[in-house]
Design a protein around this ligand. Structure first.
Ligand SMILES: [Cu+2]
Length: 360
């Protein structure tokens, strides 16, 4: 491994973080060796066939000269999980629409908390807590000024809430002790608020322990379009997150956009040359302080939080802390395959990387 400033620091915090990073890496190697040796499997990673190719990962981690061919890439069956990152990418749910007597548009959704074991890497199961059985949860979409009603039902074995980012009353904030507060198993509630401000927002469970509820998968996206909309584009949502498969609360073993590590490596995201592409990018990654997005062979306009119509930056790399989000707009002038990934390369090698495939 290359030296980094982090490793040379003497502060106890940096030191313990370094240990965490080391244990994360060694976990995957250990998994690979365990699988090969046929020894006991981790209790949390029920992975008998665990990563048929994980031994290759150990090799990759040591050599690091093939950062674009991570070894535990492979087939996670979307049918088995019940959701497909390729579909989540362009799945915008506009809800059930009716018109109120005052002419305002009412948009309604039903969202349910569901406990669900999902496959996060070949042979690696993760006991997720989800909104609607998928990680990330649904992408709710509306227009500025709509009245939103989200009917939330808790079909999980744990209490949860839905906390939306946006402007609303305290009673609709979806935190314990306010409004409906914690929604217990079998209970329902309705969150209602006006869609504002326009931009890119997110929602997540706010039950305690908060970090675990988020890390288990309880988050989704809320897109509020400005009046008049945005220019026509090939639109997609990308939610950055991770899986702390050891539940030690120290970093993550796997990283992703849209729930499945490396999902867009073997199945690149196809886009058209010269067409406007708009990416709604959020970061909900728990346990790691900063995430990032880097695009190869191109630059993009960046609209932080999507709340202004003027781009604030023309760049190929942006960073986001947890809860931060922004809209990216770009056109690919050349055909071919272009990587995108966290420019925290550790995250990239543990799943947060993919390809665009630009076609005529
Ligand atoms: Cu929760």
């Amino acid at each position: 491994m290359k030296s980094s400033p982090r490793k040379t620091r003497k502060a106890p915090v940096a030191s313990s973080h370094e240990h965490a990073a080391y244990s994360r890496r060694s976990l995957l190697c250990r998994l690979g060796l365990t699988a090969v040796a046929g020894a006991e499997a981790s209790t949390l990673l029920s992975a008998p066939a665990a990563m048929a190719s994980a031994n290759q990962h150990a090799g990759m981690a040591m050599h690091g000269d093939e950062p674009h061919t991570p070894a535990f890439r492979g087939v996670v069956d979307p049918n088995e999980n019940g959701f497909d990152p390729m579909e989540i990418l362009r799945d915008f749910d506009w809800g059930k629409v009716t018109r109120l007597p005052n002419g305002q548009t009412l948009r309604e959704w039903e969202v349910n908390a569901i406990d669900k074991e999902i496959e996060v890497a070949p042979g690696v199961k993760f006991p997720a807590w989800t909104f609607d059985g998928r990680v990330p949860g649904p992408t709710l979409r509306c227009n500025e000024g709509d009245l939103l009603r989200i009917h939330f039902g808790n079909g999980s074995e744990h209490p949860h809430t839905m906390h939306f980012h946006g402007i609303h009353t305290a009673a609709m904030d979806g935190v314990p002790g306010q409004g409906a507060g914690l929604i217990h198993p079998g209970e329902t509630t309705t969150y209602e608020f006006r869609a504002e401000p326009f931009g890119l927002h997110l929602f997540h469970c706010h039950a305690e322990p908060l970090a675990e509820h988020i890390a288990r998968g309880m988050y989704g996206t809320l897109v509020i379009d400005p009046k008049g909309g945005r220019p026509k584009a090939d639109e997609m949502v990308m939610v950055q997150g991770g899986y702390n498969t050891t539940f030690d609360g120290q970093g993550n073993e796997l990283y992703f956009v849209n729930g499945v590590p490396f999902a867009y490596m073997d199945r690149p995201i196809k886009v058209k040359k010269d067409q406007l592409v708009r990416i709604y990018l959020t970061n909900i990654l728990e346990y790691d302080p900063i995430n990032s997005f880097h695009l190869h062979g191109n630059f993009f306009d960046y609209y932080p939080t999507g709340t202004r119509l003027e781009s604030s930056e023309f760049t190929d790399t942006i960073s986001q802390v947890q809860g931060q989000r922004g809209i990216l707009e770009l056109r690919f002038p050349y055909t071919g395959k272009y990587m995108f990934h966290a420019h925290k390369t550790e995250f990239a090698e543990l799943g947060w990387m993919g390809f665009f495939e630009v076609e005529e």
